[in-house]
Design a protein around this ligand. Structure first.
Ligand code: GLC
Ligand code: CA
Length: 568
């Protein structure tokens, strides 16, 4: 049994609003279309604030809404101080912030500053005027032997360098050629970014989710990568948690973040607990939380994300436990099982067939009752599932389309490529929110920019609204329970059932309260552990859940409260 820290929990965790918040990620394109053009928009979000408030949400992370040519759905920004035409106007944004704050809901914007769009004014100037003020805002390099400066590859296929005819040099792009990487070693670029951040904070924004923020620092020598780690691309190990990343973030904190009452969450691939603590330990003055991906990559085989393997449950429990214990009293976790870059959680970690309802509830309960701030992704609260479109024509995501073309060119059979796309495409999570069962699913009166998931007629919010056993009703209860329980918010974490069992059983305790979470992560029955006899029922995912059970049904979750037990 792993050791648990048992000191005064409050001395460990200074309470704060963002630790107690329940966050909800909106992918605006697919949330709610207010004007019938098939694309979700800001006014559409404002229309749904009452719904979000009623669910218990008090923090929104909104994926990028800035001006963008949409090579990567807004993650390619051409103007940081304007709103994307399709999403509305600055007036709509002001109204959204005002209306959200009026309901006690805070707003976190997506800060995409590893790269801009190639249509950004800085890049246009950098290309055409190397000696000018923006000449050094990007990462330029001379070719080598008729090819690019080094062998790094792009995350979305192909080389990480493109040749620019105008400037006669190559520029680095870790993502698509339309997303040139910014040169963070240039202090003038950093000052411009900070000014832009203040622009939004002064407009009332409550924080930032920072896109691939641990990739902003590249080693100046830009070395060839002759030995990439298995499953990673050449270059990845050099630009991930690179040489100046901590000094840049500390400077950003001193210049901007520390002057506002905000929350910051850094998106960080390939970051383990030790490195994470360098970002989130309060005394280091960097960020509040990170999104790490250790649990999100457990189904990636040797061939990477498209090479999907079954998830090893023991490994999942070990990852959760490691993060809970490593950050306890020293940092703060984010809690999530899906977002706009990954498949739907119920299709991936649960059972989206016979036990869809039970497993969707269980996954939420078991994840969000750990210590940390939950980040729900739109649609999970009604148990939305993967899309699995029949043909590639229905897909929109640049990563998916590039992968398809690459694999076709390599001679892989169509059916095999589609099988992989059904499992791993980012579009699984990007189909429109299913508000109701009529044409357009209540998302749009027009033609949606990406097809709806066919199952919207049965899986939708309207059908679950008044239904006490629905996934939605469970989420309402879960969010309330977490808010009202000191043990759920700040208690310590102890695993009871560890390895070689589909059960995940843990206990959260403060001086005054104990919460025990008992979950059967499988489609078969299992004998219940002793813990189920102790305490009163706080939450269950079956209509007739009870604390006194001898066996757990498929995907059954039982949460108990009671007086704390003595440390063993
Ligand atoms: C992040 C975003 C993803 C985007 C990428 C490049 O991982 O979440 O959607 O494609 O960064 O900006
Ligand atoms: Ca619209």
């Amino acid at each position: 049994m792993a050791a648990t820290l048992r000191l005064n929990y409050m001395s460990y965790h200074t309470p704060s609003w963002w630790k107690e918040a329940t966050a909800y990620q909106i992918y605006p394109r697919s949330f709610n279309d207010s004007n019938g053009d098939g694309i979700g928009d800001l006014a559409g979000i404002t229309e749904k604030l009452d719904y979000l408030g009623e669910l218990g949400i008090d923090l929104l992370w909104i994926s990028p809404v800035y001006q963008s040519p949409n090579a990567d759905n807004g993650y390619d920004i051409s103007d940081y101080r304007e709103i994307m035409d399709e999403f509305g106007t600055m007036g709509d944004m002001t109204e959204l912030i005002r209306a959200a704050h009026g309901r006690g809901i805070r707003i976190v914007m997506d800060l995409v500053v590893n790269h801009t769009s190639d249509k950004h004014a800085w890049f246009r100037s950098s290309r055409s005027n190397p000696e000018g003020p923006y000449g050094d805002y990007y990462i330029w390099g001379a070719g080598r032997n008729g090819g690019p400066p080094n062998n790094w590859l792009s995350a979305f296929g192909g080389e990480a360098w493109s040749f620019d005819e105008r400037r006669g040099q190559y520029y680095l792009h870790i993502y698509t050629p339309n997303q040139p990487d910014l040169n963070w070693d240039n202090p003038r670029l950093r000052a411009d970014i900070y000014a832009m951040m203040r622009f939004w904070l002064e407009r009332g924004v409550d924080g930032f989710r920072m896109d691939v923020i641990n990739q902003i620092s590249k080693p100046p020598a830009l070395p060839d990568d002759t030995d990439p780690a298995p499953g990673t691309r050449p270059g990845f190990r050099f630009y991930t948690n690179g040489p100046n990343v901590h000094s840049h973030i500390r400077e950003m904190n001193a210049e901007v973040l520390s002057h506002y009452d905000i929350v910051t969450i850094g998106e960080m691939h390939a970051t383990g607990t030790e490195e994470a603590l360098r970002y989130v330990s309060p005394e280091r003055n960097e960020l509040d939380m990170i999104f790490h991906f250790e649990h999100m990559l457990l189904d990636a085989g040797p061939g990477g994300k498209w090479d999907v393997r079954p998830i090893d449950l023991d490994e999942l429990k070990r990852v959760f436990t490691r993060w809970q214990q490593a950050l306890h009293g020293r940092g703060w976790n984010s809690l999530f099982l899906n977002n706009h870059d990954y498949p739907r959680m119920v299709s991936r970690f649960g059972d989206d067939g016979e036990y869809r309802v039970q497993s969707a509830k269980l996954l939420a309960g078991v994840t969000y009752l750990m210590q940390g701030t939950p980040f729900l992704f739109q649609g999970e609260e009604i148990g939305m599932t993967n899309a699995s479109f029949e043909t590639i024509e229905s897909y929109r995501d640049v990563e998916t389309l590039n992968y398809y073309a690459e694999q076709r060119a390599a001679g892989v059979a169509e059916a095999e490529i589609m099988r992989r796309i059904h499992l791993a495409s980012r579009d699984n999570a990007r189909t429109p929110f299913q508000w109701n069962g009529v044409q357009g699913a209540g998302f749009t009166t027009g033609t949606p920019w990406i097809p709806l998931n066919d199952n919207y007629r049965s899986i939708n919010l309207a059908a679950q609204w008044d239904e006490p056993d629905s996934v939605l009703s469970f989420y309402r209860r879960l969010i309330r329970l977490r808010k009202e329980s000191a043990a759920a918010l700040y208690g310590d974490f102890e695993v009871i059932e560890e390895a070689a069992s589909p059960l995940f059983v843990y206990r959260r305790q403060t001086e005054g309260e104990m919460l025990t979470v008992v979950a059967n992560l499988s489609s078969t029955k299992h004998a219940a552990p002793q813990e189920t006899g102790r305490g009163t029922l706080a939450l269950s995912n079956y209509a007739d859940g009870s604390p006194n059970i001898t066996a757990l049904r498929p995907w059954e979750l039982v949460v108990l409260t009671g007086a704390p037990v003595q440390p063993r």
